[in-house]
Design a protein around this ligand. Structure first.
Ligand code: IPD
Ligand code: CA
Ligand code: CA
Length: 268
């Protein structure tokens, strides 16, 4: 398959979905609760996903689509050679509060969930991050690279928290506390896909998070790797934990061992 062609097509579709999000940004929204009262979805999530699914099914009719808001679509999963993982609006909490940090995330993987193409679009800043395995990563068509920071003390790291963090011990709070004491700065922006774009672009030096879903992470994995960084699970391996977003460390590579060490200490 021509991954560069796929990347260009997915980029155009992400821009279309981003335009849908921007048409409604700042207006009152219809909010519905999902897994808990703090886990919400708006009419814009569904509208953006509809645009993406229409575009992907038109261009790739034999591929399966896993969309956050729609479940499985496109060709049947049993028959499809490739799978799309789609988060039409990553950062819904920000979006619903008129905070301009959110993204469209579209990732292509093979049947084993190995990520192949990633596109993340920030429509408010009009910044499009894209990558394909073996072809490098770009930000608005300019090559992008991870940072060179080699110490935690000089690093700005980012993470996030699951919606049910009040009720689960796997809530990332102890991990967050440990990094606060050892880094230059910590950020929680609220869009995992876009945060991975920031790691790929060298704006953030590293990132970790747990209890995400494949649509949050699949596109970002390709961005960071093709920008020269590393993405693994907490054991330093490329496993299903990474591909499913269950435990992810993404870094510029230089900080990877240190991030793993801090996580291991806190979690032991
Ligand atoms: C959320 C964001 C956030 C992360 C959450 C995700 P959503 O996705 O990526 O950064 O910390 O765990 O669920 O709900 O805005 O698509
Ligand atoms: Ca998401
Ligand atoms: Ca979402």
């Amino acid at each position: 398959m021509d991954l560069q062609h796929v990347r260009a097509t997915a980029s155009a579709i992400a821009r279309e979905a981003g335009a849908v999000l921007m048409e409604r940004f700042g207006l009152p929204h219809q909010e519905k609760a999902k897994s808990s009262p703090v886990d919400i979805v708006t009419e814009s999530d569904a509208a953006a996903e509809a645009v993406i699914v229409a575009g992907l099914t038109q261009h790739f009719p034999d591929h399966h689509i896993v969309g956050e808001e729609g479940g499985g679509m496109g060709a049947p999963a049993e028959l499809a050679p490739y799978f799309w993982y789609v988060d039409p609006l990553d950062g819904t909490t920000n979006y619903a509060s008129d905070i301009p940090f959110f993204s469209v995330s579209i990732g292509l993987a093979d049947r084993t969930m190995r990520p192949l193409v990633g596109v993340v679009y920030d429509p408010f800043s009009d910044e499009l991050y894209s990558a394909a395995v073996g072809h490098g990563a770009t930000l608005n068509d300019q090559p992008m690279h991870v940072s060179q920071v080699g110490t935690l003390q000089g690093a700005v790291l980012c993470s996030g928290f699951p919606y049910n963090y009040a009720s689960t011990p796997e809530n990332n709070l102890r991990e967050w506390g440990a990094f606060c004491a050892q880094t230059r700065g910590m950020r929680r922006f609220g869009s995992a896909a876009l945060e991975l774009g920031y790691v790929a672009a060298g704006r953030l030096d590293g990132y970790w998070e747990q209890r995400l879903n494949p649509w949050d992470i699949q596109a970002g994995i390709v961005l960071v790797r093709e920008a020269g960084g590393l993405v693994t699970d907490y054991d330093g391996a490329e496993s299903e934990m990474v591909h499913r977003g269950q435990r992810v460390i993404a870094s510029n590579g230089h900080l990877h061992a240190e991030i793993r060490r801090v996580l291991a200490e806190v979690r032991s």
